[in-house]
Every structure is written in C-alpha cells, then in structure tokens.
Design a protein. Structure first.
Length: 137
C-alpha cells in the first residue's frame, strides 16, 4: 500500500512539474511530435487536419448559388491553391441557414454582418466607434 501511494505521488509530482514547465518543454515536444501517430500528434500540437471536401463536393452540398458559383469561379482548373472552402465558415453558414430558414446568400450576408459587428464595423462599412473620424467638415 505504501509503495503504491509513493509511486502515485512521484507520478503526480512529475505530471504537475511538466504542466508547470510546459512552456519550456514545448520546444522539445516539437522535435518529438513528427514521429508520433497522426491523431496523437494533432491532439498534442493543437492542430486539426482539414477534411478534404473539394469545391465540387461543397457545391453539391448546397454551398453555392447564382451569386457565389463555386464551380465557375474557383472550381477545378481555375488555378486556386485551396482544396475547398473554410470548413468552420461552411458549418456556420449551414447553421444559419437551418436556424434562420434563409437562402445561402442570405446566410452568407448574416455571417458577414456578424463578423463586421464583432470587429466594430457597421453593416454599411462605417466604424461604430464614437471616437472615429468619418468626416473632416
């Protein structure tokens, strides 16, 4: 019993020490991470690999409209380096479409206005800060 308690306390001290000195240990972890299995390396490095949804997959899933035509503008053969659209943005637009019961273009506008409001910009593009100078006259 005493052995188990002392072994547990040693392990606990090591874990707490590693947590306390994690910023100093991080450069050493970067050396080890490439040799670990991908799921474990992703969890340790705060990196989430992108899912490979191509532009055509996203267009087929309804993430396209007459005004935002993925196939025509940034589809295959357009020289675009990206594999697909930002997955977090796509999920947010889908969520807005489901909650607000609106079209894809309206959901993109709602998302864009939310991003502008979060950054202190009105929907018309003017700053919402009262100290901002918008006219010189």
């Amino acid at each position: 019993m005493l052995f188990h308690l002392s072994a547990f306390s040693v392990i606990l001290i090591i874990v707490l020490g590693a947590f306390y000195y994690r910023n100093r240990l991080a450069p050493m972890a970067r050396v080890v991470i490439p040799y670990l299995p991908t799921p474990l390396a992703a969890r340790l490095s705060n990196y989430t690999p992108l899912t490979t949804f191509s532009f055509s997959d996203q267009a087929a899933a309804g993430i396209s409209s007459r005004n935002f035509d993925l196939e025509e503008n940034i589809g295959e053969g357009s020289g675009e380096n990206r594999v697909g659209l930002d997955q977090a943005g796509v999920e947010e637009v889908r969520r807005i479409m489901a909650i607000e019961r609106c079209t894809f273009d309206q959901a993109r506008l709602i998302r864009h206005n939310r991003i502008l409001a979060k950054n202190g910009i009105a929907p018309d593009g003017t700053p919402m800060d009262k100290k901002a100078i918008t006219r010189l006259s």
